[in-house]
Design a protein around this ligand. Structure first.
Ligand code: 5AD
Ligand code: SF4
Length: 440
């Protein structure tokens, strides 16, 4: 009998990358992927805990699975990701009694053993690896891949659940990262995205694997970027997310490496010093503005993105206006805005009051959203008449789409043979979220 699995992934790229690893574990057990949850024997929910609403979506699924289990008594429902990771007292688990397996990301190496205990028809296997990050993911593209280099975080920003959900910072072995990327390069991959909670704080546990002629001396992440830039097929290197305080001289210099995409995502969270301090971001407004200045001095046309939280505990209108003014100075190309949501266990939950009303958070969120759209639309006009470099991801009805080097979605007439290649359409029209081009 062919057993099947279905994985639903919530949240960030790192969760998506972990799901691609879980696929490898299940495939090795002989299970097959299915897009149809009703035909699955194992269902995995890979959860996100960043905001309250992300967890609420999991709590609400009990009735669906009760129905599925009635039809298929051997069905195994597993929950992984950030929720089990942060749930040290198993309080959250009590709210999902319909779940058969509940494990943190790093425990996926034990999945074969645990699944075989629940269903004796499954093949019993040894653990695949000791460090789950060394399991090479089942990449969903033949030309773009995500590579996790780090998990967890030591920073304890007061609003953030990540250090609880994913533990303190753990850096993957350099040897293993380079082997994975080298393998992708040999297979002809064009773009890789390095993932970590603070990627630019990557510290190689085995630095002896850096080349002797590496031009960077101090910052291991800059050194890693340099190593990747030597590879032959990979043409674009992208990474997320860095922390402003580790944007040192070498890091900023590494932005000029030839394969670095013309985009950086640098979370700021707030433009006000008191709020930044209460968030434990470890830098002030001016420090962030100086970094942006240095980036622009090295690469004037680099697109810049950020993350902002509105309505953090005690945030006044004046303090919010500091975020608005910082936004205007930085002239962001894209910004992800979140309304602050209390996460149990965090310092903010214990020490501060979540006292900005829902309506006010919504109003501030909308102000930033409108500002971003206005700025982005205006900025995108500069591409009209210019050629941009696009890695083509898909083509439908002779329309091809992909991201430019600035991570701007671009559409132009083409054909399926262009998928996975880099094209340089000339832009004739620019909207807020889409550039229209022509390949001449
Ligand atoms: N409430 C709202 N947004 C949050 N983020 C992280 N924690 C919270 C929270 N408690 C946002 C931050 C971070 C992004 C991944 O999610 O902006 O950069
Ligand atoms: Fe969370 Fe701050 Fe670490 Fe980012 S740096 S993962 S926001 S604690």
């Amino acid at each position: 009998m062919q057993y099947k699995y279905h994985i639903t992934t919530y949240g960030c790229q790192m969760n998506k990358n972990d799901s691609e690893r879980i696929e490898v574990v299940l495939n090795k057990m002989g299970l097959q992927s299915t897009g149809d949850v009703e035909s699955a024997d194992v269902v995995i929910l890979n959860t996100c805990s960043v905001r309250d609403s992300a967890e609420a979506r999991i709590f609400g699924q009990g009735a669906n699975f009760a129905k599925l289990k009635q039809k298929k008594p051997n069905l195994i429902v597993a929950v992984t990701g950030c929720m089990p990771g942060r749930d040290k007292t198993k309080e959250l688990k009590k709210r999902i009694p319909w779940v058969d397996l509940y494990f943190a990301n790093e425990e996926m190496i034990h999945l074969p053993k645990w699944l075989a205990e629940l269903n004796p028809d499954f093949r019993v296997m040894e653990d695949l690896e000791t460090d789950y990050l060394n399991i090479h993911p089942n990449y969903h593209s033949k030309f773009q891949a995500f590579v996790s280099i780090q998990t967890g975080c030591n920073h304890f920003c007061t609003y953030c659940v990540v250090p609880f959900a994913r533990g303190t910072e753990g850096n993957r072995s350099l040897k293993s990262i380079l082997a994975e990327i080298d393998d992708l390069d040999n297979k002809g991959y064009k773009e890789i995205t390095l993932l970590g909670q603070i990627v630019n704080h990557y510290i190689a546990p085995d630095p002896e694997f850096f080349s002797k002629d590496n031009i960077y001396k101090k910052n291991d992440f800059a050194k890693l970027l340099w190593e990747i830039n030597k590879m032959k097929s990979i043409e674009r290197v992208h990474w997320t997310a860095p922390h402003p305080i580790y944007m040192d001289e070498e890091m900023i210099d590494a932005l000029t490496l030839p394969k670095q995409v013309n985009f950086i995502h640098l979370p700021v969270q707030s433009g006000n010093d008191e709020i930044l301090n209460k968030m434990n971001r470890r830098h002030d407004r001016q420090f962030y503005l100086d970094i942006i200045k240095k980036i622009r001095a090295k690469r004037p046309d680099m697109a810049i993105g950020t993350d902002i939280i509105v309505g953090f505990c005690g945030e006044t209108e004046e303090q919010f206006q500091d975020t608005v003014s910082l936004f205007k100075i930085c002239d962001f190309d894209i910004s992800y805005h979140a309304k602050y949501s209390t996460r149990s266990g965090t310092v903010a939950d214990k020490m501060f009051k979540d006292d900005v009303s829902k309506t006010e958070k919504k109003r501030r969120w909308q102000i930033l959203q409108d500002l971003m759209e206005e700025i982005t639309y205006a900025k995108n006009q500069k591409y009209v008449g210019q050629k941009v470099s696009v890695l083509v991801e898909r083509c439908n009805d002779s329309w091809c789409e992909g991201n430019s080097n600035e991570m701007k979605l671009t559409r132009f007439k083409g054909n399926e043979s262009m998928i996975g290649t880099i094209q340089t359409p000339e832009i004739y029209k620019a909207g807020t979220w889409l550039l229209w081009g022509r390949v001449v």
